[in-house]
Design a protein around this ligand. Sequence first.
Ligand SMILES: [Zn+2]
Length: 386
Amino acid sequence: MHDWWTMLPKERRKPAAADSAIRQGRKDLPWLGILPAQAAQAVLKTYYRAWVNCWEGRTAAPDFKGRIRSRVAIDIPQGRDLQIVRLNRRWGRMWVPKIGHILFRWTRYLPVGKHADRENRVTGARLVKEADGWHVVFRVQSQASEPAPHAGPAVGIDRGIARPLALSDGTFRDHGPWLSHGEAERLRRLVKTQERRRRARKPGEKNSRRLTRTYNQIAQLRATAKRRAVDWQHKTTTEIAETFSRIGMEDLAITNMVRSARGTKETPGRNVRQKAGLNRAIAAEAWGRTVKMLECKSADRGGGVVKVPAPNTSRRSSACGLTAPGNRETQVRFVCKNPGCGFEGNADTNAGRNIDHAAGQAVSGRGDFGATRSAKRQPPTRPHAA
Ligand SMILES: [Zn+2]
């Protein structure tokens, strides 16, 4: 289809001509004619969306799919075609046009059968092929009632150095490694095999079947690790959203710049000695996902996430408010240099308390934090002449 589009005369590839181009596409491309009308339209719409993103400067121009790293996804745009039936506690059955009935593992509540009505129903589905098999994602429309305000305490969460989540109440949320020792060892060996087979490949030659198999085995192990990480995140964020009302978190877009590298003498970087390899890759995307999960889950329970820019969270004393370069004793321990204060504690907990404080400052005067908003105000930090 990409071929067909790039062969169209230039004036027909403008946004204004898109509708007619899409109509033409259904005539010109036989395989689009075979697909059910809705599915064909979904394909064209997705493709056209990619061009709109390009025209509006968000992405590069669409290209052909990558040979190895592309996800296969099939969209079923209409919910009533699906005929979802719950067979037992663990299994459900659905109808996929052109394929037939398929079974799927029933993992969460779906408004079907006697639970479905005009407001609450499944409106579509998407089949996605991941490294570890096929998954189905349902689009659900539901009418949720406005939750009562959350009565729990406020909290600030820091993305710790030694531990994944440090809360301002002094507790931590930990997890073990995502792969067992044996699995990690196997991954290490597979990566070595992959490198060897890649080196053996001559320029211009196709991937050997063995190399492709190694790629798939690596992708499978990585998918397993990611699935375990997401599972832990879901459990942890649900528990946090149930316990706390106002959840202060760092605004990643702003602090990332400060944290990413080694930093300067005034603002030393904090993630310099992060865990290596796969764990680091997962941790990097995990923080954004943790924030998103907490935003949804907290809003459902009448709480809210307050995102604060917090460039000084690691150097500010949460007891007296003093920020000074010498404040931090080590990566783990925080010692306040203010003679009248002398506060000492876990460095990550101290950062969590600072984030909680900044979140409190951001919402005070506004009186609510129900809606998740980005607070652009700096935490109050008094310069101290010592
Ligand atoms: Zn202090």
